[in-house]
Design a protein. Structure first.
Length: 152
């Protein structure tokens, strides 16, 4: 669902209504916890106890592509990412994305997580520091940018 924009209508209302939960309380909590992801789709899980009417909200992490789009201020990636460029992102912004995604990424160290995000830039038609993303990945492999990327 869109961060900060949950409503008591579908899909929440029909799913939670039969459980007897206070929908406005659930919606308010979801909106409060997803406010930082305004304009992005965010996975949200509501765990409810129909007997006690208590609930817990688990907010997932938006996809890397959504975080890149927000950072670069674009609506969508390039239609032909091999030749079209729709934006440019700084390496420091990529590091922020890595920090946001945290343990939800597949790689084990920060440099590889950064390269993972840069790989998404390739498929979206987004350059990094004004260069083709694969150039930056090679430079990271050669030890460049270690001042920006602190190894874990």
């Amino acid at each position: 669902m869109q961060g900060g924009k949950a409503t008591p209508g579908p899909p929440l209302g029909p799913a939670l209504g039969p459980l007897g939960l206070n929908l406005m309380e659930v919606v308010g909590e979801i909106n409060r916890r997803t406010a930082d992801y305004s304009g992005m789709d965010v996975p949200v899980k509501v765990i409810a106890d129909s007997e006690t009417k208590e609930f817990d909200i688990e907010v997932g992490s938006p996809p890397v592509s959504a975080l890149i789009k927000k950072s670069v201020s674009i609506k969508k990636g390039a239609g032909n990412p091999g030749t079209d460029v729709v934006g440019d992102i700084s390496l420091s912004e990529i590091v922020k994305i890595v920090d946001t995604k945290g343990e939800h990424m597949l790689s084990y160290n920060k440099a590889n997580k950064v390269k993972e995000v840069i790989g998404t830039c390739v498929s979206m038609g987004v350059t990094v520091e004004g260069k083709h993303p694969t150039e930056i990945q090679r430079a990271i492999d050669e030890g460049e940018y270690s001042d920006v990327i602190s190894q874990e």
